[in-house]
Ligand binder design. Sequence first.
Ligand code: PMP
Length: 390
Amino acid sequence: MKQSDRISTLLGDGDDGWGIFLKAREMIAAGSDVVELTIGEHDIRTHPDILDAMNKAAIAGHTGYAEVPGIMTLRQAVAARVQARTGVPTTADNVMITPGGQSALFSAHHAVCDDGDTALYIDPYYATYPATLRAVGAIPQTIPAHAHDNFQPRASEIAKHAKGAKSLLINSPNNPTGVLYSRATLAGIADVCRTHDLWLISDEVYDTQIWQGEHISPRALPDMADRTLVVGSMSKSYAMTGSRIGWIVAPEAVIANLINLATHTTYGVPGFIQDAALFALEQGAPLEAEIAAPFARRREIAMDVLAGQNVVKHVPCMGAMYLMLDIRATGLSGEGFADALLDVEHIATMPGESFGQSAAGHLRVAMTVEDEAFREALERLVEFAKGLVG
Ligand code: PMP
């Protein structure tokens, strides 16, 4: 039987970029001691107090169908958080709770793109973006952001592709680059969106991991709230990756349609998970800071290890749990370097090319192992790179 073209072509024809990751997993399964710096998963688990709240909610009976848009108290808490952080008036009617940011990205594009519409996104990009856009029937189109611009996208590049496009997806703090978009970058993006009548989808799942500069949500920029859908998540901010809970913040009319979509797809998020998320959000900034702290420390460790040499350069690490290293001085591609580093040093990193061609010659290092192991792995990485230069 023939399956749908949409699902058969979901991944496009390119390599999906997970080769090194899979090889590392195979080596680990075969008993090799590999330092895993590939995926964006905390090395701590969900906080025991959050688990306690989850357990209490389940025992108390919150295990039946929960309200599809999310329980009202959680929608209100998300609205209050967003309003406090951005100053934009936000109510529960602007919020839908989703099974994680990934589902929110899919739903947000579903809400604004028709079949065959062009959906823009920035290269380098979080690896799932192109297939998520294809999954809703849109045609993904990359906009390059350049290493020589520290991966801040230029409005002029976006404008080149904006005519006739339907949406633009951005992500700040950025995975994979660790870059935070500046006010000037975001003002330029907002300008293009208004001029070309684009929907803006702003993936802000790393908004609690800010190391340098200020996180600006483009929904707060002049005349942007009506055309912006913000994707948020509890995964990174509260180490709740496995709980699958996030949200979309959008104009009320968009949320009303998204609730119809959720009714006919996910049917919402388990009530006890939502209660746990509400508990977590009520702890607020102190708990967010506690969960972000290991990455802030490891970023400092990285700055220390990388200082005083010129072979491995780094992209300004302003936010998120990643470090983007420029290894072009070694003459290898990101893939070549990551492959050799895994073979020789048993250190697994993601080649920049896994996130698009703009990150060629780079490596993404997830700062997700304990501090001393992280320092040692980075020191070995630098020595390995120096060895290649001779
Ligand atoms: N956006 C970005 C940029 C991400 O890195 C991730 C997860 N790695 C997600 C969205 C999705 O996260 P989740 O579904 O766990 O909320």
